[in-house]
Design a protein around this ligand. Structure first.
Ligand SMILES: N[C@@H](CCC(=O)N[C@@H](CS)C(=O)NCC(=O)O)C(=O)O
Length: 211
């Protein structure tokens, strides 16, 4: 059976929502990052950076949320999480990579500036720069939602589930993504999606949850 290693509210959220949407049986395995479990020899074999999510699917062992989400969406293609007609498909690749390596990276700088620079003033500057960058990126996401209901077209894909996780992480920032009109409308729809509701409830999360 597929096994997903997670911490509540971690980068596993997108993978968890994908699994819920697909409806295949899977097992959730909690990992305690505070007790150092993510740095254990056993876990590092699954995820060499010592980070969640990690996924085991038979002989397949993966880390990196966007890569795992795309793998599962392809493996269970009947679930309809990957658009198969261009230009939606081209937008899907663009957003999965941009969300995973640019938006998520800016958020990690905001949450963990100590991973990037030493010293309190330097860390405050990294955080501020991350907020500025995110403000620009939310504007681009909002533009993409201007003439379509979802990020890549008119059906929900893995890219929307990835974006939802990143919006959730950003909800307490000075300029949360919900300030943008199209994102706000999209967020209301996404919060009602069955797979999002199931993932949030199983991870003990709510939109007002302070992490
Ligand atoms: N780029 C990675 C980021 C993963 C990541 O930063 N995970 C955090 C939780 S959001 C983590 O595992 N932190 C626990 C730790 O560092 O011990 C991904 O998207 O999978």
């Amino acid at each position: 059976m597929i096994r997903l290693y997670y911490v509540p509210g971690g980068a596993n959220m997108v993978v968890h929502a994908v699994l819920e949407h697909i409806g295949t049986p899977y097992e959730l395995k909690p990992v305690n990052s505070d007790s150092g479990e993510t740095q254990s020899e056993e876990f590092l074999e699954l995820s060499p950076d010592g980070r969640v999510p990690a996924l085991v699917d038979g002989r397949v062992i993966m880390h990196e949320s966007s890569a795992i989400a795309m793998y599962l969406a392809d493996r269970f293609s009947d679930a309809g999480l990957v658009p198969d007609i261009d230009p939606d498909r081209s937008r899907y690749y663009l957003w999965m990579v941009l969300l995973g390596n640019t938006v998520e990276e800016a958020l990690l700088r905001w949450y963990h500036p100590d991973d990037y620079v030493v010293g309190a003033p330097e860390q405050a500057a990294v955080k501020l720069a991350a907020e500025v960058r995110l403000t620009e990126l939310w504007g681009r996401v909002d533009d993409a939602l201007d003439d379509r209901s979802y990020l890549t077209g008119n059906t929900m894909t893995t890219a929307d589930l990835m974006l939802f996780m990143l919006c959730f992480w950003s909800r307490r920032m000075k300029m949360p993504p919900s300030r943008w009109d199209n994102i706000s409308t999209w967020l209301q729809d996404m919060q009602d999606q069955e797979c999002i509701r199931a993932m949030m409830s199983q991870e003990g999360l709510a939109w007002g949850f302070a992490s």
